[in-house]
Ligand binder design. Structure first.
Ligand code: HEC
Length: 167
């Protein structure tokens, strides 16, 4: 008896181990780690996307938002012409307060279209000059530069926005 039952216990044990691995794998995939979670489109944890975004940033955004994402001096104070200087995109600014979809829309269509009213400002709309994937890449690069804790808070902003949209 023992000779027959011990191999069958071994087989059961193996299946139990396989099952445990499967449960772990599904749990890992379902965990909201950022990529694809809630309302998130950006891919700050994908090195290839981030490297592409770094080039797009240097060529298009750095002259206003700063080579190091630091923004223009006194960015909260309106200029004599009534417009605001370019804000920083690092963690000291408010870029990370907004969900992915907002950041993509502002970069693509500009602020006036987002606000739905006249609002003189110096932020260009890039819908005609950059591809959608370049816009995702440049914003992914920006997010990749935030400290891990700020990235995590932004993941939550996306998740909350995703739930509010029913998605
Ligand atoms: C000519 C200068 C200029 C360039 C170039 C520029 N921006 Fe801006 N950007 C601004 C200004 C100014 C604002 C703030 C406008 C306001 O709030 O009145 C702004 C605001 C933004 C915002 C909104 C931030 C927030 O917290 O609401 C995003 C996102 C943004 N820019 C992304 C980009 C990206 C990405 C690029 C490059 C592809 C870029 N900008 C290039 C001037 C610029």
């Amino acid at each position: 008896m023992t000779k027959i039952s011990s191999p069958s216990w071994g087989t059961l044990g193996m299946w139990a181990a396989v099952l445990a691995l499967l449960v772990a794998a599904v749990g890992w995939l379902a965990w909201p780690s950022g990529a694809g979670a809630g309302g998130s489109t950006l891919r700050p944890y994908d090195d290839q996307v981030v490297l592409r975004g770094e080039v797009v940033y240097a060529n298009n955004c750095a002259r206003c938002h700063g080579a190091n994402l630091e923004g223009q001096p006194n960015w909260r104070v309106r200029l004599p012409d009534g417009k605001l200087p370019a804000p920083p995109h690092d963690e000291t600014g408010h870029t990370w307060h907004h969900p992915d979809s907002y950041l993509i829309a502002v970069t693509t269509h500009g602020l006036e279209q987002m606000l739905g009213k006249a609002y003189p400002n110096d932020m260009p709309a890039y819908g005609n000059t950059l591809s959608e994937s370049d816009i995702v890449a440049v914003l992914s690069y920006i997010k990749s530069r935030w400290p891990r804790s700020v990235q995590a808070r932004h993941d939550q902003v996306n998740a909350q926005y995703g739930r509010a949209q029913g998605g």
